[in-house]
Design a protein around this ligand. Structure first.
Ligand code: ATP
Length: 202
């Protein structure tokens, strides 16, 4: 089976930027955010189960999942949140592993924003954390998304802390510098992962 690197990091840390640099080396990406959307897409088994549980009012007029309404229904309802997680987490895990097995690259990068928080680090062979200071997280996210500082701080505080992530990481990329420094770090890790996955042809 495939060698899997779990790529994570807080909001605005540079996960997408780093993932794209690995993809440029021919490495297949499996993106948890995309899979999480696919398992509740129109016509999916996941969406049918959600409709059966919450009623048809959980759908938009177009028949898609009304995410705002779902958020409302689970907000302050831990039992409903738990029901939803019990439904979706196994589906997301299974679909991510199916995509890994289909991949033909030397190893696979799984991009998972909440890798440690959701225990998905158990699925991977190695964890890679993109690290930046909370100040830079705020600066870059505000610049990218045009949101307020307090919103970004709330998200940072809901995620596992910088020190916890660093303590759990097998590998760390420092993304506080220039993109050129990021590229050098990715190329070095790429060589390391080719060796670890037994694909270095040495
Ligand atoms: P999120 O979890 O919020 O989706 P992310 O971890 O995927 O974020 P990116 O979108 O890759 O982070 O990066 C956040 C922003 O910072 C983007 O606008 C990106 O272009 C910018 N950025 C990333 N790395 C650097 C860097 N080294 N220097 C300057 N800007 C950067």
């Amino acid at each position: 089976s495939k060698f899997i690197v779990g790529l994570t990091g807080g909001i605005g840390s540079g996960k997408t930027t780093v993932a794209n640099l690995f993809a440029a080396q021919g490495i297949t990406l499996v993106d948890a955010d995309i899979v999480a959307r696919d398992v509740v897409a129109q016509g999916s088994v996941g969406l049918k189960a959600i409709e059966a549980h919450f009623g048809a009012e959980i759908l938009t007029l177009e028949g898609e999942l009304d995410r705002a309404k779902l958020r409302q229904r689970i907000f302050n309802h831990p039992d409903e949140r738990e029901w939803l997680n019990q439904l979706l987490h196994p589906m997301i895990r299974a679909e991510m592993l199916a995509q890994v097995e289909k991949a033909t690259s030397a190893y696979v990068i799984m991009v998972v924003p909440l890798l440690f928080e959701n225990g998905l680090d158990r699925l991977v062979n190695r964890t890679l954390v993109v690290d930046i200071s909370p100040e830079l997280q705020v600066n870059r996210t505000v610049k990218r998304d045009n949101v307020d500082v307090s919103q970004v701080n709330n998200i940072i505080n809901s995620q596992c802390s910088r020190s916890e992530k660093l303590a759990k990481a097998d590998d760390v990329i420092d993304n506080q510098g220039e993109i050129s420094s990021l590229k050098r770090q990715v190329l070095a890790l790429h060589q390391q992962y080719l060796q670890l996955s037994g694909n270095d042809n040495a």
